[in-house]
Design a protein around this ligand. Structure first.
Ligand code: FES
Ligand code: FES
Length: 166
């Protein structure tokens, strides 16, 4: 009975993720984060609070950071979604940032790191990666319990020197 109910509520969605279009059938109540992780096996994003507080689930939608735990999959139709997998694959634009994170010990447990990397990329694209105060402001929605943020900021500032603003 429960399965029938779920089946009857399912809707077709077309999601464009990391440059690939996926045709899926999902429960309209499903968050984008769940669909990315469970249906598309894009498990780089983390689910922490699931209430829009921690930032661990951050992705880029149409060029802007978005919390995938608060975005319904159906809302993301027709939009360009990028996940941390795409942004940080070898040879990608985020590879230098990953290296800087290692150099500056900008992560410990790593739970926040996918969301922080996504926000760091946005900060660099905005051309404010040299400004420690603005970085701090932008990271206010990314909770990190381990690093105290300074190593993360150091890594972003270092990469900003070579970063080409789009
Ligand atoms: S899991 Fe989305 S903001 Fe915490
Ligand atoms: S590295 Fe542990 S929460 Fe940020």
């Amino acid at each position: 009975m429960a399965d029938n109910n779920t089946q009857s509520r399912s809707v077709a969605v077309s999601l464009r993720v990391n440059g690939v279009t996926h045709e899926l059938t999902v429960d309209p109540r499903y968050a984008l984060a769940d669909v990315l992780r469970d249906e598309l096996a894009l498990t780089g994003l983390h689910l922490g609070c699931e209430q829009g507080v921690c930032g661990a689930c951050m992705v880029i939608i149409d060029g802007e950071p978005a919390l995938s735990c608060l975005t319904l999959a159906v809302e993301a139709q027709g939009r360009e979604i990028q996940t941390v997998e795409h942004l940080s694959q070898p040879g990608s634009e985020l590879e230098p940032l990953g290296e800087a994170f290692i150099k500056h010990c900008a992560f410990q447990c790593g739970y926040c790191t996918p969301g922080v990397l996504v926000m760091a990329r946005h900060i660099l694209d905005k051309g404010i990666g040299h400004d420690r105060e603005k970085i701090r402001e932008h990271l206010s929605g990314n909770i990190c319990r381990c690093t105290g943020y300074e190593p993360i900021i150091d890594a972003i500032v270092e990469v900003s020197k070579e970063w080409k603003v789009k």
